[in-house]
Design a protein around this ligand. Structure first.
Ligand code: ADP
Ligand code: MG
Length: 235
């Protein structure tokens, strides 16, 4: 089975529960927003999915690979945009992408074709020669998304890619994020801002380490706006 499957996932920092029996299932090509206030457990979930942390309890299957039994196969199918920027600021966009390609054993004409494609897709081809340090926050994020797409991941994880951006860049990145599953990639995208979630999005609300709701955003909030609903259930 492809997609992303999580069941009975729990994690503790000492006495503190960061995830409590979390489960959900995304089919191949699904797009899903993971909405939760600060401290809900979103990054803990991502750290478990990327195996920076090892779960105390639960199962994770990524593109059909069990993360515990076959971590190399599972992780090879993942694309990741972490909450903190991980670009090398002293390299250009192009150099950052080439470095990542080398890590994945992508070279030659294939490398150049893939780099051209992701630059076009994220609309940053004209800035490829600019140093990452000189880019604004939105273009840094576009570069990180381009990098995460370079090896054709089956499952793409994005942890709050719009945090710290101005309104226009936030809107642009939110639009880009919503387009990322169009080629059959499974996308799990974390945010704490209800206004970035669209009515037709699949939505999981995470609060106090647990899944509060899982469904279509407009169904979850009933007749209310998602912002109001989210405020009501998380405060
Ligand atoms: P989110 O990404 O949704 O803001 P996190 O997954 O970062 O939430 O945090 C979930 C909970 O775990 C919070 O209560 C947070 O304070 C706690 N936490 C996160 N990282 C650590 C850590 N390294 N040590 C102890 N507690 C942590
Ligand atoms: Mg976080």
């Amino acid at each position: 089975m492809n997609g992303l499957r999580v069941s009975n996932l729990s994690y503790q920092f000492g006495e503190k529960t960061a995830l409590d029996n979390v489960g959900f299932s995304l089919d191949q090509g699904d797009f899903c927003a993971l909405l939760g206030p600060n401290g809900a457990g979103k990054s803990t979930l991502f750290n478990l999915l990327t195996r920076l942390f090892v779960a105390g309890q639960g199962q994770i299957s990524i593109a059909g690979h069990d993360l515990q039994k076959d971590p190399r196969a599972a992780l090879a199918t993942l694309g990741i945009v972490f909450q903190q920027t991980t670009l090398d600021l002293d390299l250009t966009i192009l150099q950052n992408l080439r470095y990542f390609a080398a890590l994945h054993g992508i070279s030659g004409r294939d490398r150049n074709r893939r780099i051209g494609r992701v630059l076009d897709r994220m609309q940053i081809a004209d800035r490829a020669g600019e140093k990452a340090r000189t880019l604004n926050g939105g273009h840094k994020r576009r570069t990180e998304i381009a990098r995460a797409l370079l090896h054709d991941p089956k499952v793409l994880l994005l942890d709050e890619p719009t945090v710290g951006l101005d309104a226009a860049a936030r809107q642009a990145i939110t639009n880009h994020v919503h387009s990322l599953s169009s080629d059959g990639t499974t996308v799990l995208w974390a945010t704490h801002l209800a206004d970035e979630v669209w009515p037709d999005d699949r939505l999981i609300i995470l609060h106090n380490s647990r899944v509060l709701a899982d469904g279509r955003a407009k169904d979850i909030c009933g007749g209310d706006t998602l912002e109001n609903h989210f405020l009501r259930v998380t405060t």
